[in-house]
Every structure is written in structure tokens, then in C-alpha cells.
Write a protein that binds this ligand. Structure first.
Ligand code: FES
Length: 193
């Protein structure tokens, strides 16, 4: 009996390892854990009587299952602070936010919410509460070339740049925050503190 359980355990472990290896080989390597991920498959919805093409980030099943976003967290913890309802980001210390199309995540410490900051391809800053409104409340990523941000989960709820839900099961818009630049600092107003 003990031997049978052991054999079953080994077979299950081998199967899980094979699936993970396949996933890594064919999806992780292809999509890459980097800032820019090419858009892959797409879906078409009808909005206001017109077809709208929704592109999905090219992520593996497991990346979506575990809710792994593409957008990195800022590496330099000295690059930002939060006080009086404002997130202040030093743009000298966050070169990603000077490169159009890039984005960064700001989380933890004394920040009351997770924040996604996107420096758009049109060189304007947008900031969002980094929380999909669908039940899993997963993080979001910008989708290059589409003017959308997208949930990193399997259901891929997608929002326009104003935060309105345009695809997927999310029931509400995401929260957007006002941004401004002062003395090479990006100010994100989280609340009127
Ligand atoms: S958490 Fe389910 S679509 Fe975002």
C-alpha cells in the first residue's frame, strides 16, 4: 500500500513538473518576463454598435493562474514616498517612467493602495489603483499599442485608459488618480489628505 502511494505521488509530481517545464519552454520564454510583451490573441466585442478588437498580453496559463503581472515593482525603494494623500515619485530614480510605454508598480510600506503608474506611448502619465474590480482583484498591466490596461488573471478584464471596463467579467471601472509633474517628481494624488 505504501509503495502504491509512493508510485502515485511520483507520477503526479512528474506530471506537474512536465506541465511546468512545457509552460516555461513554450510560454515564459516566448513572452519573457520583461516590460514589453507582444500582444497575442485577441477577441472582438461589439461596443456602441461597432466591433472593437481587444488584444491580450501574451502570457502563459500559469502566469495567469497565479496572477503574475508583467509590470515590475520599482526596485529603488528610495525613489518614492507617500504623505498627505500624495505618492511622490522621483523620476531621476525611476528611469522606467521616462521611457514611453513603460510602467511601474508601487506597493506596501505606508501606501494605502497598490498603484500602477503608466508612462504612455504619448508621453503622458496615468495612475490607477492596481486592483481589478473582478472578484480576484488581481493586478493590471498596460497592453502595448492598445490604449488599454488589462488584468493579469485568466479572465483578462480590460479597461480603457480612463479606467472604464471594456472587456471581461469585471463589474466596475478601476479607480484612476490625478497626476502632475513638479520639479522632476511625479505626484499621484491618492486622496485629498
Ligand atoms: S481578477 Fe478576475 S478578471 Fe481580474
Amino acid at each position: 500500500m505504501k509503495n502504491i502511494s509512493r508510485r502515485i505521488f511520483i507520477k503526479v509530481a512528474a506530471a506537474v513538473t512536465a506541465v511546468l517545464a512545457f509552460d516555461k519552454l513554450f510560454m515564459l520564454n516566448r513572452s519573457g518576463l520583461k516590460q514589453f510583451v507582444t500582444t497575442a490573441n485577441a477577441d472582438t466585442i461589439i461596443k456602441g454598435g461597432k466591433p472593437v478588437n481587444i488584444k491580450f498580453l501574451n502570457r502563459s496559463f500559469f502566469q495567469r493562474l497565479f496572477g503574475k503581472p508583467v509590470t515590475p515593482e520599482t526596485k529603488n525603494l528610495n525613489s518614492w514616498d507617500f504623505a498627505n494623500g500624495k505618492l511622490r515619485i522621483d523620476l531621476e530614480k525611476t528611469p522606467e517612467l521616462k521611457t514611453p510605454g513603460h510602467a511601474l508598480r508601487f506597493e506596501d510600506r505606508n501606501l494605502p493602495v497598490r498603484v500602477l503608474v503608466v508612462f504612455g506611448e504619448n508621453k503622458t502619465y496615468r495612475a490607477y489603483q492596481n486592483r481589478c474590480t473582478h472578484i480576484g482583484h488581481r493586478r493590471l498591466d498596460p497592453v502595448p499599442g492598445t490604449q488599454t490596461v488589462q488584468c493579469c488573471s485568466i479572465n483578462k478584464s480590460t479597461y480603457d485608459l480612463d479606467g472604464n471596463q471594456i472587456y471581461g467579467p469585471a463589474p466596475h471601472p478601476i479607480t484612476t488618480y490625478k497626476t502632475s509633474v513638479e520639479n522632476n517628481r511625479l505626484i499621484v494624488t491618492i486622496s485629498q489628505g
